[in-house]
Design a protein around this ligand. Sequence first.
Ligand code: AMP
Length: 295
Amino acid sequence: MIIFNSVKSLENHLTDLQKQQKTIGFAPTMGALHMGHISLISIAKAQCDIVVSSIFVNPTQFNDLADLDKYPRTMDADIALLEKADCDILFAPEVNEIYSEEELNAKRNHKEDFSWTQGKTVDFGLLDKVMEGAHRPGHFNGVAQVVSKLFRIVNPNKAFFGQKDFQQLSIIKSMVKQLEMPIEIIACPIVREEDGLAMSSRNRRLSDEERKEVPSISKLLFFIKEIYKTHPINQLKEVVTNYYEKESLIHLEYFDIVDSETLQSITDFNNSKSAVACIAVKLKTVRLIDNVILY
Ligand code: AMP
């Protein structure tokens, strides 16, 4: 695997590969890699000639600076995992390779920067107003900002994202369409621990006691999937809210059943072609999300 820290050297290398008609697959990450990330590399390997991954803890998508500081950084172990997965190229830039001072100042002053649209109108409509967007102001602008920059640098044919971040996938598909980027976005299934917990870089920050409780998140989602055909939606929601009312370690931020396309809450399954149940919980210092596609 070749590791690049600078934009210029990566771009030069990729231009050579593109001249040789190689197809490029790209899987961006924030590091602290686990088998969920590695699954993206494997899926990309099966579909593209060259696989590029990136490790960049993106400051502009964190609305909570303590969360940014505490985000795990495990570069040596990450490199070993990527090597083992046969990843071809790793891009691991410093913050100032990606952001100008103006952009970082906007973030420091809690203003959203929209220069990443390069003069185009990008409007996510209601997609970024709900769930993660409602609970983490500015988060999806930061995601679109960094992903658009990385896409312009890497110029991939296909980019691979986990369905674990279901709303992020919708935002990125919408962004690519509105910016008219010729990149196919591939959604990859959620990889879980044996007890069902969705793998996440944040899981390693859970205490032993918390780790014992968090499998309830996916267990509830799977239970909802089992019973949704025979129960009204408000009762399904009560199952989850009632469960967490009795839980002291886990605070439920939201549980919703939404249309997979619009991400808006569903009141009647008959009105949606596909639906997904989404959850976010907060423990003492760790926030976790998960979802399951109902149909
Ligand atoms: P992150 O490093 O958390 O920004 O995630 C980088 C990419 O890995 C995103 O596309 C995530 O959706 C994906 N990802 C994270 N966890 C999982 C998982 N458990 N299963 C599948 N994909 C995942």
